[in-house]
Design a protein around this ligand. Structure first.
Ligand code: UDP
Length: 243
């Protein structure tokens, strides 16, 4: 690694961020913490950090091949990345291929209904407000994102969806929905940031609809550690090494 880790900048629900000797780079560290319902439910899940790091790095590699620029520069350990430093845009971009979660609840629809085309929704990233649904006009009005940034993020999110849908489908898994975050670099580029993990995606095994995502934790459907280790084995074709 070209840069050394310095003080902690931020300690989030599932990741920690440290400054480095480079002003343009940070170290992002994945944590074993699982939270749900805005932090109300919490547990430590062994191996979660390693599984999420490995899967997210793999998926960032896949989307990069499709031309999507992201913040990951280098994997520096089995739980840490060197990343470009970005200011996170407070707009969570959700792409949905099937109706589930808050969409099903909001409109009284069945979970599992296939959508005729991918739906992109924005949510305002605010723990205090519980991430409310966000319209583009409001996002621009309050200065949370520029109009062009919303258009760019939507286009990038749909490109990510095309890649990920195919990737998961080849492994016998339907990509129901997922959440992306983007950030701005000091020189004004907008990059895909955060992570692409089963924490922020819904992944349903084709046919059985067995959940391979954080809904296992949110809805008490089983052991999240076992689920994530099984997903790791699907993705990499071998079991996760013991810690
Ligand atoms: N999601 C997320 N963080 C959030 C809210 C949602 O990663 O703060 C992900 C979630 O895992 C799912 C998708 O975004 O894959 C859509 O979530 P939804 O809006 O249905 O909300 P939920 O049912 O998770 O409250």
């Amino acid at each position: 690694m070209a840069w050394t880790k310095q003080e902690q900048l931020y300690d989030g629900k599932s990741k920690r961020v440290h400054t480095t000797t480079s002003p343009d780079h940070v170290v992002v560290e994945f944590k074993d913490d699982a939270t749900a319902f805005n932090g109300v439910k919490h547990a430590l899940i062994g191996d979660k950090a390693r599984v999420n790091q490995a899967i997210s790095a793999h998926l960032f590699g896949k989307v990069a091949e499709a031309g999507v620029r992201h913040h990951l520069v280098e994997v520096i350990s089995d739980t840490e990345w060197l990343c470009e430093k970005v200011e996170i845009i407070p707009v969570e971009v959700v792409v949905r291929n099937y109706c589930a979660g808050s969409l099903a609840k909001r409109y009284g629809r069945e979970e599992g209904e296939a959508l005729p085309w991918p739906l992109v929704e924005y949510f305002y990233k605010s723990d205090a407000l519980n991430d409310p649904l966000l319209g583009a006009d409001v996002a621009v009005l309050f200065g949370w994102a520029k109009r062009w940034e919303l258009a760019f993020m939507t286009e990038q999110a749909l490109a990510v969806n095309d890649v990920l849908r195919g990737f998961w489908s080849d492994l016998g898994v339907d990509l129901v929905d997922f959440k992306l975050e983007f950030g701005r670099t000091a020189d004004g580029r907008v990059l895909l940031a955060d992570e692409i993990t089963p924490d922020g995606s819904r992944l349903w095994e084709k046919g059985t609809r067995k959940r391979f995502d954080k809904d296992v934790f949110r809805r008490d459907l089983g052991d999240l550690g076992d689920t994530y280790r099984e997903l790791y084995a699907k993705v990499f074709g071998e079991a996760l090494a013991s810690a």
